[in-house]
Design a protein around this ligand. Structure first.
Ligand code: 13P
Length: 246
């Protein structure tokens, strides 16, 4: 059976002591049925690694090379050596603000998988793409151009996060039915590209203004296996409340 996962993307938030306090507020987490992952800024990965308890830990970004002259970047090889297990790829903020293309994201996916890390691959449409009814085509293209070159075995290291861009940080949430519809579509793409087994076993998370007030309804849907949480992951009580919403 696929895993239920609630992941916190801290983005570029919190100073060192706030980050430390938040990890302390989460590291006694012991709900065995839902995995809790955190994605702190890279600066705090070492701190988080040293006191994360049962939390899973991931980086928000990598550059797709093991080492070299890439000033300011961090590598999957460095993360692996530190025991970091996960990395986000394809977040809409990196697509839109940093100009990352589907083909560059494919390189990141490969660099991570080749180093044995797990990928949380983010996809999702813009507001105007949903308004024109193109959301399925957009998500399909993102998956095909960055992810679907992987082998079926490599896909076991991938979690998909559907994050409609119009719902991120806006207070607008996709309705539970809109989320379910897209998750079921993604699952159908996995079934036709790979197999029913891969489709059934890949966790698909929802992200975009997910909070304690709406998590229960979203997570009640058959194809929603958890959430990728931004703002509501910055406080231990709201993040834990979301994890306890299944
Ligand atoms: P918010 O939960 O703040 O909308 O952010 C979602 C997100 O981008 C998680 O990666």
């Amino acid at each position: 059976m696929r895993k239920k996962i609630v992941a916190g993307n801290w983005k570029m938030n919190l100073n060192y002591s706030e980050a430390s306090e938040l990890i302390d507020g989460l590291n006694n987490y012991d709900n065995k049925s839902v995995e809790l992952l955190i994605f702190p800024p890279a600066l705090y990965l070492d701190l988080a690694q040293s006191k994360k308890g049962n939390l899973g830990l991931g980086a928000q970004n990598i550059y797709p090379a093991d080492k070299g002259a890439f000033t300011g970047e961090i590598s999957p090889w460095q993360l692996k050596e530190m025991g970091i297990e996960y990395c986000l790829v394809g977040h809409s903020e990196r697509r839109s603000i940093l100009g990352e293309s589907n083909s560059f994201l494919k390189e990141k996916v490969d660099a991570l998988i080749n180093n044995g890390l797990k990928v949380v691959f983010c996809c999702g449409e813009l507001k105007e793409e949903r308004e024109s009814g193109n959301q399925n085509a957009v998500v399909e293209q993102q998956l095909k151009e960055s992810l679907f070159h992987l082998s079926e075995t490599q896909m076991e290291s991938v979690i998909i996060a559907y994050e409609p861009v119009w719902a991120i940080g806006t207070g607008l949430t996709a309705s539970a039915d809109q989320a379910e519809e897209m998750h079921a579509y993604i699952r159908s793409l996995l079934a036709s590209k790979y197999s029913d087994h891969t489709s059934e076993n890949t966790s698909i998370l929802y992200g975009g203004s997910c909070k304690p007030e709406n998590a229960k309804e979203l997570f009640s849907k058959e194809n929603v296996d958890g959430g990728l949480i931004g703002g509501a992951a910055l406080k231990a009580d709201s993040f834990l409340a979301i994890a306890n919403s299944f």
